[in-house]
Design a protein. Sequence first.
Length: 165
Amino acid sequence: MESILLRDAGPDDLPRISEIYNHYVLHSTCTYQLEPETLADRQEWFAEHSPARYPVVVVEIDGQVAGWGSLSKFHRRAGYDPTAEPSVYIADGFHRRGLGRMILENLIERARAAGFHSLIGGASADQTASILLQESLGFARVGQLKEVGYKFGRRLDVVYLQRML
């Protein structure tokens, strides 16, 4: 029986968070970032988050970080402050275990507790599993931007989904 733990991330988790994310930078369209991030990049990102308003969480299986998620500012302009953007990344080899759902459910509850009014999720249109996960948790498609991304020699659409809290 696997031991699964969802907890707030700390500075010691940042190398593993970056490792998980950088896998997708190099091998997937789930992020349009083209170059792997550095640990310094991730540390700067982490400094912009706080457990009360913009949490970063990790899920462990038998003590190994197998995924992470976060709430981030949707937009830097103050008028967008009632809205946050959730992100979820599961380590390669740990998919289809319900970890993404566990993380996103936690982020939705924490967003509600923090007083957010709306969550906006985005996904490359070819990332069917991500879109279906968001829809299964009450996110509705609100738009699709045509060919705004470019990765691996392909032009890519972005689907935006929204959940009112």
